[in-house]
Design a protein around this ligand. Structure first.
Ligand code: MSP
Length: 508
């Protein structure tokens, strides 16, 4: 049986158009999914849109549109963008899907019956942009630290989810790393984010959280009290399960050998559970701003329900521009459609994935990207491909497997297993730079005239390296990889990455 690999992105809010932050996570997930497929694994890659809640309700009102129509339009923009970026997801989940809504209601009823949810009252400072209550001690000058907006004081009757009584169990799961899938461990990577979560969980007793809203219409009604709608995060988290066609029945996961789910006991056939056999996720990619909710509310909901926890949360940093969060008002925003227009699909994928260490914040400006595009793609990869293809001419070469090939594949495998995406790319560009040097040193155009044997040797290495580069690039730049292979076969080449002369700011 093939090893299964399940990867998720957060589901994106549809209050506004998709932007490069969204593209960043989704391209990373796509590259990882493609890589695991190449390793022979059976992969399920889930992404989608988060469509309920006050923020979206307000945006729809401002646009003067019916909320369903509003979310339909923006969700479609996400799918269009993923298509342009070559994202090969297995399923695109929308939280306004009737089947998702039904499953959420079933879960809430179960939690209510188990007394994990009870009726009460909540008072706090609500940030609409986060769709979260924030604690007094998190604020900066009374404002949300992530969104810089003044928070609304909310006091209302609501239903609360018990958090604190599972807290110590959660700490154990986070600390217990190996073997994650068997012990129900819950890894948080990179390490410093795990430390951050643990120190918070050890120092503060979690408050029970409100999982319903009385004054938000745009949400899933609570099945046991129609005056309330479901808190958008509780609704959203369940996408990771409903995206695998789960119907909300928690009994599905119960087994006498818990935490081993039913299908791992070896006595059921695949058709019993379809995509749910991918559960639990191997990697859940999230940005650092949504770590805390993913490391508390989400696993606690699962633990109340008796569902195995995800194996790993992987936290990535934010894309900043000139040291600041991108925003239209600051005029430092980078637009994904502008990137696509300038750099093409693979250029955009490359520039985003190579922008910096995946777990850390990365700073990008359009000027620097143009420079990097010219250096690494036009002059680097593109130029190497065109030189080699031209030099090889009609030469017939028998290429054999080299140590470099085995070694490089192993290296990339190691990097990607650790989600060191940019290091993987740097490694490939190391090969490109060495080949450039190799060409300069050996001057094959001169050898062609005076030393046929040496010329053939030199060309053998170069062609073999180019094939290797094309193979290694598959997860990151699938179209370019194809083009390189085709160019080597047909012995002719188009310009892969036309040089960009200069960059002029076109928008503010
Ligand atoms: N809907 C919630 C997630 C629910 S998952 C059950 C949400 N949506 S979001 O659209 O606001 O953000 C989705 C993801 O995009 C987050 O992981 C966030 O970190 C990421 N990014 C948003 N802006 C970003 C950058 N500028 N840079 C990198 N990623 C950023 O939160």
């Amino acid at each position: 049986m093939k090893k299964k690999f399940y990867i998720t992105t957060p589901i994106y809010y549809v209050n506004d158009k998709p932007h490069i932050g969204h593209a960043y996570t989704t391209i990373a997930a796509d590259a990882l999914a493609r890589f695991h497929k190449l390793q022979g694994e059976e992969v399920f890659f889930l992404t989608g849109t988060d469509e309920h809640g006050l923020k979206i309700q307000k945006s729809a009102e401002e646009a003067g549109e019916d909320p369903q129509k509003f979310v339909d339009e923006i969700s479609a923009e996400f799918r269009d963008l993923w298509e342009k970026l070559g994202i090969q997801y297995n399923h695109f989940i929308r939280t306004t899907n009737p089947s998702h809504k039904k499953a959420v209601q079933k879960v809430l009823r179960t939690l209510y019956e188990k007394k994990a949810i009870y009726k009460g009252e909540y008072e706090g400072l609500y940030c609409v942009a986060c769709e979260q209550f924030r604690q007094e001690n998190e604020l900066v000058d009374g404002r949300c630290p992530d969104h810089d907006i003044v928070l609304e004081k909310v006091k209302e009757e609501c239903y609360l989810l018990k958090m604190a009584d599972i807290q110590s169990e959660l700490v154990k799961r986070i600390e217990n790393r190996e073997p994650a899938s068997l012990a129900g461990g819950f890894r948080i990577e990179p390490e410093r984010y795990k430390r951050e979560v643990l120190s918070f969980l050890k120092n503060e007793k979690l408050k029970d959280i409100s999982i319903s809203r009385k004054n938000v219409k745009w949400g899933i009604p609570l099945p046991f009290d129609k005056e309330h709608t479901t808190y958008v995060w509780a609704d959203a988290f369940l996408n990771y399960l409903t995206g695998l066609e789960w119907d909300g029945d928690a009994n599905f996961f119960q087994s006498p050998t818990f935490p081993l789910p039913r299908w791992n006991r070896g006595n059921s056939s695949k058709s019993d559970f379809s995509n749910l056999s991918f559960w639990p996720p191997d990697i859940q990619l999230i940005g650092k701003d949504i770590l805390r909710v993913h490391a508390t509310i989400w696993p606690i909901m699962l633990m109340h329900l008796g569902i195995p926890l995800p194996k790993m949360l992987y936290v990535h940093g934010h894309i900043l521009s000139r040291g600041r969060k991108m925003s239209k008002t600051l005029g430092n925003a980078i637009f994904i459609d502008e990137m696509l227009e300038k750099f093409g699909v693979d250029g955009t994928r490359y520039l985003l994935m190579s922008a910096g260490t995946f777990g850390e914040d990365v700073d990008m400006t359009m000027e620097r990207m143009v420079e990097k595009y010219n250096a690494d793609l036009a002059n680097g990869l593109g130029n190497l491909v065109s030189r080699v293809v031209k030099l090889v001419g009609n030469l017939q070469l028998a290429i054999s497997n080299s140590d470099l090939i085995q070694n490089s594949k192993f290296k990339i495998q190691n990097y990607l297993t650790d989600l060191e995406i940019n290091q993987a790319l740097e490694y490939i560009w190391g090969i490109i730079r060495e080949d450039d040097k190799f060409i300069e040193e050996n001057k094959p155009w001169e050898l062609a005239k005076k030393d046929e044997k040496k010329f053939q040797e030199v060309m053998k290495k170069l062609v073999s390296d180019l094939r290797l580069i094309a193979d290694l690039l598959v997860p990151f730049m699938p179209n370019t990889s194809e083009k390189i292979k085709k160019a080597l076969e047909e012995k002719k080449v188009e310009i892969l990455f036309p040089r960009i002369k200069h960059y002029t700011e076109t928008r503010n």
